[in-house]
Design a protein around this ligand. Structure first.
Ligand SMILES: Nc1ncnc2c1ncn2[C@@H]1O[C@H](COP(=O)(O)OP(=O)(O)O)[C@@H](O)[C@H]1O
Ligand SMILES: [Mg+2]
Length: 332
């Protein structure tokens, strides 16, 4: 197959610049590097296009190269993540096939408050929540339950998540919401804090869905009674992860029946939020065995050492098979 890997960069890009797996690594694009290497290994013909702000360059490249399918790894435009849905929207208009989710799922899930409203309508168990709007910030939280958790409605990868996201009283919650309004220029979600294990459910497919064995984030050196959640540091800072014994791995043993519940739930959320190709559903499992949905991620990271690819490997699907399946799903 002829494949165009489309990805975003945070600087003006020359549409004629070509990338190798090595230059992608140097550019801090590990997923793109892994996918490019894998596509070549699978025997496909692959080219790259880095996108910053040039719509015409996308259109011209698609016309000139005429790929069978676009491997869509773009997450922003003009360095702005709110444009993530617009890239597949453009591909739809041009009738070009592409991997992963379409504009619907990306739009729905990028606004966490909107995704939660859809799921709440379908009676999915979620942390209770209120939204503090940037233009009219909440000044009181009537009868909210503490501790609570405050996060930006439309950031990703734990941007805006720190120890201060965990709040024990109203004043702290209001203050953190204000901080989010200012720093991220967006609305803030104030949620019930869900104590428990954090599990990641990787789902593949369109009609028939495969759910891989769950992954889990472990906090081995964090004291028993301290709240444990994935702050920006806990996710991305290797020294911090080492210090606190934070690691992502195959989930530990689950109570009876939970695995089946999780599989059913993951499929249901995936369909309700119109995710296509591949997606990851993040949940928390309380000590009582209740499962709360935290977040759904269309187009999660496909880097070979991250949870999605690891989960697929644990389901018996090596990286080549995973990438091929994602390509195949673009034709269904
Ligand atoms: N309601 C909640 N209760 C407990 N922890 C939460 C809650 N919401 C988010 N978290 C923690 O914060 C992390 C990041 O939140 P999430 O909504 O997944 O945003 P992101 O898109 O940045 O991954 C989660 O992985 C989890 O550890
Ligand atoms: Mg998340």
């Amino acid at each position: 197959m002829k494949i165009l890997i489309l990805f975003d960069v945070a600087r003006p890009a020359d549409p004629n610049e070509t990338f190798s797996a090595r230059s992608l690594k140097e550019e801090d694009k590990p997923t793109e590097a892994d996918v490019l290497r894998c596509l070549k290994h699978l025997g496909h013909e692959a080219e790259t296009l880095a996108v910053f702000d040039n719509v015409a360059a996308i259109v011209e490249k698609l016309k000139g190269y005429a790929p069978d399918v676009v491997f869509n790894l773009s997450e922003s435009f003009y360095h702005d993540r709110s444009h993530e849905p617009d890239i597949p929207a453009l591909l739809e208009l041009m009738k070009v096939r592409y991997t992963g989710s379409g504009p619907e799922a990306l739009l729905l899930c990028k606004d966490k408050a909107l995704a939660k409203k859809v799921l709440a309508y379908h009676r999915v168990r979620l942390p209770r929540f209120v939204v503090s709007s940037r233009v009219r910030p909440l000044r009181r939280l009537r009868r909210f339950i503490y501790p609570a958790f405050v996060k930006p409605v439309n950031e990703e990868s734990s941007d805006g998540i720190s120890q201060a996201s965990f709040v024990r009283m109203e004043d702290e919650a209001i203050e953190r919401a204000r901080f989010i309004h200012q720093k991220f220029n967006c609305d803030a979600l104030i949620e019930e804090y869900i104590e428990g294990r954090e599990l990641y459910l990787s789902v593949l497919g369109n009609n028939r869905l495969t759910v891989c064995p769950p992954r889990e984030i472990f906090f081995e050196q964090v004291t028993e009674d301290a709240p444990k959640f994935a702050t920006f540091y806990a996710k991305w800072n290797d020294a911090y992860r080492k210090k606190w014994g934070i690691k992502n791995a195959a989930a530990g043993p689950l109570p009876d029946g939970i695995q089946e519940n999780l599989t059913r739930l993951a499929r249901r959320i995936y369909r309700l939020l119109k995710i296509r190709g591949f997606g990851r559903i993040d949940v928390r499992l309380t000590p009582k065995g209740e499962v709360f949905v935290i977040e759904a991620n269309p187009n999660p990271s496909l880097a070979q050492d991250e949870d999605f690819a690891r989960a697929a490997a644990e389901a018996g699907m090596g990286y080549d098979a995973l990438i091929q399946q994602i390509l195949d799903a673009a034709f269904v």
